[in-house]
Design a binder for this molecule. Structure first.
Ligand SMILES: *[C@@H]1O[C@H](CO)[C@@H](O)[C@H](O)[C@H]1NC(C)=O
Length: 358
């Protein structure tokens, strides 16, 4: 077994989190300092800084990452937010797939080189880049604030105003957090690092400059502009498309540089030896399992709700589906009443629900 690279730890921290620290995110961990009689002053509340250090200890981080976490108040919370965001987005993007991103107790995927692994790495780093840039502009971090990049167009009659999302800080922080990029001999580490950067790139390419005009009715004498990230849903969508067209790679040693490079296989008929994957491509090393049956990678598709016209045959893997009927209430026989509202009756309709057989 090779030692887990720092990158794997980062993804693990982000994705295995729901088990360990999501409890901290959503509510009680069981380790809180109890104040059984508030107002009587029996318990001493922990200092702000102390709480922050404790949060860092609860996260699954490498030693170096834990140090960075402890040094930067606000970071632990941002890491948890990012973990939550990446999981939600993954589950949304894969809601119609056989693998629906249910990672509960099934983090085996993170140690493999499937297309799904590639997506997980990319969506984790994208979520952290996004969340951190937002946390800076929202004033939740101590060491960063609004985006202060000078605009190329700054000679025009507009000024930077409003707090912009600080992508510059967040990408710089992330590359430090993930550790130095060594010329690794390990294909897996190369693939993970590549996919991590696809995620960061996806957030970067969603950065927009938004402007607002000021001045006498539309004269736009002064414009205020700021950098704004696109909603994370759009980034998730972009990464899902990358997943759909992910490129299978193998390795080749670059003799001149003396290190390992990623190579995508040639298309049939092409004379070239191999192509380096494009920087925006998600890359993977091994074909995915079918995800039909429960395994260490997925709970299988038994019990999944499907659409008879669209998805049942592929989602249920040929095992067939059960049909249940349920009653759904809806508004009907609506009439406009004098004056001026609409009155409806409640009707009940039978609806069929299809679920994959065991
Ligand atoms: C994923 O599918 C499993 C059944 O295979 C189901 O139990 C689980 O709730 C689903 N997860 C999500 C997030 O939809």
């Amino acid at each position: 077994m090779r030692p887990p690279p720092a990158l794997a730890l980062a993804a693990l921290c982000l994705l295995a989190l729901p088990a360990a620290a999501a409890a901290a995110y959503f509510g009680l961990t069981g380790r809180e300092v109890l104040t059984p009689f508030p107002g009587l002053g029996t318990a001493t509340a922990p200092a702000q800084g102390g709480a922050h250090l404790k949060q860092c200890d609860l996260l699954k981080l490498s030693r170096r990452q834990k140090q960075l976490c402890r040094r930067e108040p606000g970071l632990a919370e941002t890491l948890q937010d990012a973990a939550h965001l990446s999981l939600l987005e993954c589950q949304f993007q894969f809601r119609h797939e056989r693998w629906n991103c249910s990672l509960e107790g099934r983090t085996g995927l993170l140690k493999r080189g499937f297309k799904e692994t590639a997506f997980l790495y990319a969506v984790s780093s994208a979520a952290l880049t996004h969340t951190l840039a937002r946390a800076c502009s929202a004033g939740r971090m101590e060491r960063c604030t609004c985006d202060d990049s000078p605009g190329l167009e700054s000679r025009q009659a507009w000024q930077w105003g409003v707090c912009g999302d600080n992508l510059k800080y967040s990408t710089k922080f992330l590359s430090n957090f993930l550790g130095p990029k060594r010329g690794s001999k390990d294909l897996r580490a190369r693939v993970d690092a590549h996919n991590t950067h696809v995620g960061i790139k996806a957030v970067k390419s969603g950065l927009r400059t938004t402007c607002k005009c000021h001045g006498v009715s539309g004269s736009c004498a002064v414009r205020t502009c700021w950098k704004q990230l696109s909603p994370f849903r759009e980034t998730g969508q972009a990464l899902k498309l990358r997943y759909d067209s992910a490129v299978k790679v193998s390795s080749a040693t670059n003799e001149a540089l003396g290190r390992l490079e990623l190579w995508a296989p040639v298309r049939p008929g092409s004379p070239a030896k191999g192509l380096a994957p494009r920087p925006g491509d998600l890359v993977y090393m091994e074909d995915s399992p079918s995800f039909c049956r429960p395994s260490k990678y997925s709970p299988g598709t038994a019990g999944r709700v499907c659409s008879r016209e669209a998805s049942c045959s592929s989602l249920c893997c040929g095992r067939g589906y059960d049909t249940q009927s349920r009653l759904v209430a809806f508004s009907c026989h609506c009439q406009v009443q004098w004056c001026c509202y609409v009155e409806c009756q409640q009707c009940v309709q039978e609806e069929l629900v299809y679920t994959c057989k065991h």
